[in-house]
Design a protein around this ligand. Structure first.
Ligand code: F0G
Length: 352
C-alpha cells in the first residue's frame, strides 16, 4: 500500500509550486471514485461518484486550500480571509490553523449549515456573520483584502482553482480515460472551471479525452441559467445559494468549449437525489452535492445524456455537515425498554 501524500506532493510538476514552497497539507485528495450501481440501472449509463466529502474537512475545498495557504505562507502572509457559504470557511480555518495563520471568515447570517459553523469555530477562525447574502460577504472580503494586509482565499485566488483541477487528474487515472459526461453542482462557479482546466491539461498530456461538462444550479439561485444576477437567491442547498458567481464567465466557457450545459434543478429534485444517494448507494452527502445527481437524472430524461455513456458525478461535501435534512426527512426513531422482547416486537422479528 502506497501512502497518499496530498495533492501538492502527488502532482507537484503540474501545479504552480517550487521546491521552496512550504507545503501546508492535510493529505487532501486521493478520494474514492465509486461505481454507482443503482444510478447506472436507472439511467442506463455507467455512473461513478467522485466522493469529495472524503477530504479532510469534508469537502472539495481542501484541494484548493492546500495550494492557497501554502502560497500565502510562501508570500509571507500572516492572515487570510474568505467569504463562504460554509465549506470554504471550514477548510480555510483548518489549513490556517495548521500553518499558524490568523483566519477571518465572513458568512451570511443564519444561512450556513451547523456542522460548517462548528468547523470554523473549532479551528479558531474569527467568524463574522453578515446581515446579507454570500455575494455581499464576497464583496466585503475582496475590499478588505484590497485594503489591508490579508490574503483572500476564495476561488478568485488563482491558486485555489489550480489545486481543485487535480480531481480531474485522479478521475482519468482511475477510469483510464476521461468520462463522456461530468456533472457537478455550480455555486460560485469555481469548481466547474477547475475540473475543465484539469481535463484539458490532462488531455494535452496523455490524450485522455475531454468530457462534456454539465453544471447544475439550484432553481432559486440560477443566475447563469437565467443570464442575470439573482438579488435574493433562495434554496435549501445553502452551499450553492449564490446570485452572482465570481467565475461566471469561466464557467460559461467551460460549458461551451466542452459542449455541455448549465441548467437548474429544483429543491425538490435535489432532495430526491439526496435521499436516493443515501438509501440506494450508501453515500451520505450534503444537499447541495446532490444537485449533480439530480442534474444527471434530468439531463438523461431530456436526452442530453445518452444510454451507455460513462458519467462522473462529483458529490462535493459530506452529509454530516448538514444533519438537519437527514433527520427531517427520515422515520422517527422508536424508544423502547431495554429488553430483547421489546426490541424484537419493535423490529417485527418473528421466530422461525
Ligand atoms: N458544493 C458544495 C458542497 C459547496 O460548498 C460549493 C461551494 C459548491 C458545491 C459549488 O462550488 O462555488 O466552485 O461552484 N461552496 C462555496 C463555499 C461557495 O463558500 O463553501 P463552486
Amino acid at each position: 500500500r502506497r501512502v497518499w501524500r496530498g495533492v501538492i506532493e502527488e502532482y507537484r510538476d503540474r501545479l504552480p509550486v517550487s521546491p521552496d514552497t512550504p507545503v501546508v497539507s492535510l493529505r487532501e485528495g486521493g478520494t474514492p471514485l465509486l461505481p454507482a450501481a443503482h444510478l447506472s440501472d436507472l439511467t442506463g449509463c455507467d455512473v461513478h461518484l467522485k466522493i469529495e466529502g472524503a477530504n479532510p474537512t469534508g469537502s472539495f475545498k481542501d484541494r484548493g486550500m492546500t495550494m492557497a495557504i501554502s502560497r500565502a505562507v510562501e508570500a509571507g502572509s500572516q492572515a487570510v480571509i474568505c467569504a463562504s457559504t460554509g465549506n470554504t470557511s471550514a477548510s480555510a480555518a483548518a489549513y490556517a490553523a495548521r500553518a499558524g495563520l490568523t483566519c477571518a471568515v465572513l458568512v451570511p447570517n443564519g444561512k450556513i449549515a451547523l456542522g460548517k459553523l462548528a468547523q470554523a469555530l473549532v479551528h479558531g477562525a474569527r467568524l463574522l456573520q453578515l446581515d446579507g447574502s454570500f455575494d455581499d460577504c464576497l464583496r466585503v472580503a475582496r475590499e478588505l483584502a484590497d485594503t489591508f494586509p490579508v490574503t483572500l482565499v476564495n476561488s478568485v485566488n488563482p491558486f485555489r482553482l489550480e489545486g481543485q483541477k487535480t480531481a480531474s487528474f485522479e478521475i482519468v487515472e482511475d477510469l483510464g480515460s476521461a468520462p463522456d459526461v461530468h456533472c457537478l453542482p455550480v455555486g460560485n462557479a469555481g469548481n466547474i472551471t477547475a475540473y475543465w482546466r484539469g481535463y484539458v491539461e490532462e488531455d494535452a498530456r496523455s490524450g485522455a479525452g475531454r468530457p462534456r461538462m454539465h453544471g447544475f444550479q439550484a432553481a432559486g439561485a440560477a443566475p447563469i441559467v437565467r443570464g442575470s444576477v439573482v438579488d435574493r437567491p433562495q434554496t435549501i442547498a445553502t452551499a450553492i445559494r449564490i446570485g452572482n458567481p465570481a467565475s461566471w464567465d469561466l464557467a460559461v466557457r467551460a460549458r461551451d468549449d466542452s459542449g455541455g450545459g448549465i441548467d437548474a434543478v429544483t429543491d425538490r429534485q435535489i432532495l430526491a437525489a439526496y435521499r436516493l444517494l443515501a438509501h440506494r448507494e450508501g453515500v451520505f452527502v450534503e444537499p447541495s452535492s446532490a444537485a449533480s445527481v439530480a442534474g444527471l437524472l434530468q439531463a438523461r430524461a431530456a436526452g442530453r445524456v445518452e444510454a451507455g455513456e460513462r458519467v462522473v458525478c462529483t458529490v462535493t461535501g459530506n452529509g454530516l455537515k448538514d444533519p438537519e435534512w437527514a433527520i427531517s426527512g427520515a422515520a422517527r426513531p422508536v424508544t423502547i425498554p431495554a429488553t430483547v422482547a421489546a426490541a424484537a416486537t419493535a423490529l417485527d422479528l418473528h421466530g422461525s
